[in-house]
Design a protein around this ligand. Structure first.
Ligand SMILES: [Zn+2]
Length: 120
């Protein structure tokens, strides 16, 4: 008989990495996608020495999230003004490149994993 190993307590759960890319409905367009992304963006308002920002999470399938990244990039041209090329443009380019990666983003995988554990 095998001893109860405390490090073995997660062996009852399925390996989520094997199922992590199962299609999930995109919250924006409703289409099932195995590549839902959740990215942190913000609206940055910069007026001389005064800076304020409103963080938000954008979620969607690759085509929806690219639209939201474009929106994030364009809105902040006006509000972030001189900070736009320093903060917003590089941030947008990184998110845009990340949107081409396969599979759900790590935050979505964590939500799916927690949801599955709750069902067991
Ligand atoms: Zn979508």
């Amino acid at each position: 008989m095998r001893e109860n190993d405390p490090d073995d307590r997660y062996s009852d759960y399925p390996d989520v990495s094997l199922h992590g890319d199962e299609p999930v409905e995109c919250p924006s367009c409703g289409q099932p996608s195995g590549s839902i992304k959740c990215y942190n963006t913000l609206i940055l308002l910069f007026i001389w020495f005064f800076v304020v920002w409103w963080p938000k999470k954008d979620v969607g399938c690759p085509s929806c999230i690219r639209g939201k990244i474009a929106q994030f990039c364009l809105i902040n041209i006006v509000t972030a003004n001189i900070l736009w090329p320093i903060i917003i443009l590089p941030w947008s380019l990184v998110l845009f490149c990340m949107s081409f990666s396969q599979g759900h983003s790590s935050e979505i995988q964590a939500i799916l994993r927690d949801t599955r554990r709750g069902e067991w």
